[in-house]
Design a protein around this ligand. Structure first.
Ligand code: PLP
Length: 406
């Protein structure tokens, strides 16, 4: 075992259990370990490296800005933030944007905005605002957001959680309608549940959700941190549903895979509840984040990469379905955002992830015994085919292992 891994284990908290590989370099869709072995990165840092590792255009934006102006806090304006926010609003159809760093912070910002909007605009009595989320959600790891989670492990030992949150089943619009009260501020939901197992809700669900929210003066906030920025084959996953949420959150790929950049975007009426001093972040919207974020958005603006995600995602999904493997229970996804649910009788998603690792393909399991794939959009068709070949072999070894009773 390498010293670096020993040190990580000895001096780090054990809040992750890394796979047995030590990566030292990345380029495009490839990663290399400390022994020079090359891997296809099919996880893409959970959708943070949509442009491929160390993309020259993003590196250029990062290093140029780092050598010009670093960080000065939002108490002064800088020349990069405005263009970044303008571009983000223009591309998403939102009126205003508030930059943060991590996804969880963008979600916290959404929760604060929704609560304040409810109390100051909707007329909910002070301190009574409620926010509804979906069962199986993932919105990050802060205390409030963990309080929204329905995953036992994410919550265990971390309470008490703030009041004013509840959950309803994902995909069940009637349950949302039932849960809404006069004090409901917002419904916070992922267009496709990522961490939850790449779960796509029933057709028509979101149109119904949008109507229910409008009828009840409840904000519809879509968490596009993982699904946004082309991941599902559209710039925003809500475009598949033909809905216009009141607010969205972005993150992950917004930082180009280089720096943490996230954002809460909303209609004016929602964002304008924030006054100077109400909310902030030391690094949020710093010139380096803004320069890299603007470049990331520029790289998506002509739609070419988003179309690639749609086309190669279709190809990947078709090839996976074409495997006709008894070990695969279901293939779900849109664009290059795909979950492969493994038959429990055949083995665990972790078995498949480890077999793929040996075969030079990096993935990671998620809930519902599902292998998640979210590779960079720069992946080539023949690289998708290589992944399919190696997965087919991995599924076979899985089958034979069971067959020999081991
Ligand atoms: C990853 C993720 C988050 C949290 O982002 P962090 O940067 O890890 O805090 C929030 N929501 C969704 C949908 C995510 O996938």
């Amino acid at each position: 075992m390498s010293t670096a891994v020993d040190q990580e284990r000895q001096f780090g908290a054990h809040n992750y259990a890394p796979l047995p590989v030590t990566i030292v370099r990345g380029e495009g869709i490839y990663l290399w370990d400390d022994e020079g072995r090359r891997y296809l990165d099919m996880l893409g840092a959970y959708s943070a490296v949509s442009f491929g590792h160390c993309h020259p255009r993003l590196i250029e934006a990062l290093t140029r800005q780092a050598g010009t102006l670093d960080i000065l806090s939002r108490v002064y304006s800088n020349d990069k933030l405005g263009p970044f926010l303008a571009r983000a609003c223009e591309m998403t159809g939102m009126d205003r944007a508030l930059p943060m760093n991590t996804g969880a912070e963008a979600v916290e910002t959404a929760l604060k905005a929704a609560r304040k909007w409810a109390h100051k605009v909707k007329g909910v009595p002070d301190g009574q605002a409620e926010i509804i989320a979906a069962e199986g959600n993932f919105h990050g790891r802060t205390i409030a957001v963990t309080g929204l989670s329905t995953v036992a492990q994410y919550r265990d030992g971390f309470g008490p959680f703030p009041p004013g949150f509840k959950t309803v089943p994902f995909g069940d619009a009637a349950a949302l309608a039932d849960a809404i009260t006069p004090n409901t501020a917002a419904f916070l939901v992922e267009p496709i549940q990522g961490e939850g197992g790449i779960i796509i809700p029933p057709k028509g669900y979101f149109r119904e959700v949008e109507r229910i929210c409008r009828d009840n003066n409840v904000l519809l906030i879509c968490d596009e941190i993982q699904t946004g920025l082309g991941r599902t084959g559209k710039l925003l996953a809500v475009e598949h549903e033909g809905i216009a949420p009141d607010a969205i959150t972005l993150g992950k790929a917004l930082g180009g895979g280089l720096v943490p950049v996230s954002m809460f975007l909303a209609r004016k009426e929602v964002m304008d509840v924030f006054n100077p001093g109400d909310h902030g972040s030391t690094y949020g919207g710093n010139p380096i984040a803004a320069a890299v974020g603007l470049t990331a958005l520029d790289m998506l603006a002509d739609g070419r990469l988003v179309r690639r995600s749609a086309e190669l995602g279709d190809h990947l999904k078709a090839r996976l379905q074409g495997l006709n493997s008894p070990a695969i229970r279901e293939v779900r996804g849109r664009g290059l955002f795909i979950g492969i649910e493994i038959e429990r009788s055949a083995g665990t998603a972790t078995d498949v992830v480890l077999a793929l690792l040996k075969a030079g393909v990096l993935t990671k399991e998620t809930h519902r015994n599902t292998v998640r794939m979210a590779p960079p959009f720069t992946i080539e068709r023949d690289e998708v085919d290589q992944v399919i070949e190696r997965l087919a072999q991995a599924l076979e070894t899985l089958g034979s292992k069971k067959g020999t009773g081991s």
